[in-house]
Design a protein around this ligand. Sequence first.
Ligand code: HEM
Length: 441
Amino acid sequence: MSQADPLPLPPGRGGPPIIGETLRFLKDGLGFVERGVAEHGPVFRTSLLGKKAAVISGPEATALFNDETRVARRGGMPPNVQTLFAGEVLPALDGEAHRERKHFVLSAFSHEALESYVPKIRAHARRTLAAIAARGETQALPELQRFTLATILDLMLDVSEGPTIEQLLADYPRIIDGLIALPVPLPGTAYTRAKKALARALAAFGAEVERHRAAPRDDGLGRILAARSPRDGRAITDEEAKGELHHVVIAGFIVWCWLVSVFKEIGRRPELFGKLRAEALALPPDAGFSAIDAAPLMSHAMMEVMRHTPVLPIVFGKAATEITFEGHRIPKGWMILWGWSSSHHEPSVYRDPASFDPERFAPPRSEHAQHPCAFAPQGSGDVARTHKCVGYELAPLMAKVFVLELLRGYEVQVPEQDWSFDKARLPPAPRSRVLVRLGAR
Ligand code: HEM
């Protein structure tokens, strides 16, 4: 190749016109990315819903994905996905508009806010565990899902029961199912059901915004409404607040995936959970965010849960300019799909990446320290300036409080079961639906 020759496009197939590889992706997004990376390496091309796309994976890909001069977010999501995320919300904004919105939303996730949320998370965890224990050997998945959704709603809106909560509990799984359905706008399709569910959720959030404006409170929404723009001192608008609430609730809901991994690994690694129990019992029963966050065994176990659990196949972006990556050229305007799960199974960073091994995060191994973006299950960089998750501390806190209550209060039996994941669902759930038996200690 002479110096004037352009770099080649990424390897890959792309599939037939328009539909491209959409159906293969929707059937098993995690497997689709995993197989592509195994075959082609850290960048390959595909085509989804009529758009050309480059899938990128690994720590360098994570760094690229967070460089807004090269990867934009506006226009990155397919239109049906953006519709179900309620349009112009944080992951679809760039530049100053993104920073300003992020400032509003982050005010619900300050350290002081997180400390104030712990008693509520603990109360929900205790109620959930008591309900699971009361049923003897049981499929715990529905209770785990109820726990995460009811908790995030309570933290944000200060409502823990009643018809609004029941409606949202019914509607969020519908909205998520719509995200991986073909966008067929006909009566009765999963996509149409999801749009109707979203309209009901946004109406409920509209009523909550009104209620909170009328009588300010210090829950998550109250904090967001009280924040003022660093640019011009304005408050968030009602429309913006409804959309951001929706995103926070959908994201808080998926924390259940990590709890699935906790039960799966308790069954396989009883000695590890024995040590975790000793650490849990050494903490005061009313330990707050800082104390829980500082517990080292729990911290490494949760990092491994976050690295190891299949939650998302990809996150969406768009090439803001022509990108050179790993000897390939990605044209301006292509979709950029950051391989979220594959980046955390990168064998050059994580030894035996398929195994569950919390000690990989402890010194002297500290495998994640090899690259600043090697461990980014909730994005990387400065949370106020990048697209890093606003729940990067809250999400693990919710899971840790649940595990602490579990270890402090219960003996856990995990029968033999089919832990294989149904990868056509988002997020994937195990086919056994988490069979457990909890006995009081
Ligand atoms: C299983 C739990 C969670 C996972 C795996 C997760 C993961 C992620 C990832 C990968 C991103 C994108 C990072 C990027 O684009 O660079 C993100 C963004 C975001 N997450 Fe989470 N998250 C979780 C829970 C939460 C929770 C509990 C909340 C809120 C309470 C939340 C709110 C958000 C928001 C608002 C963004 C967009 C930030 C932005 O674009 O600036 N997430 N999350």
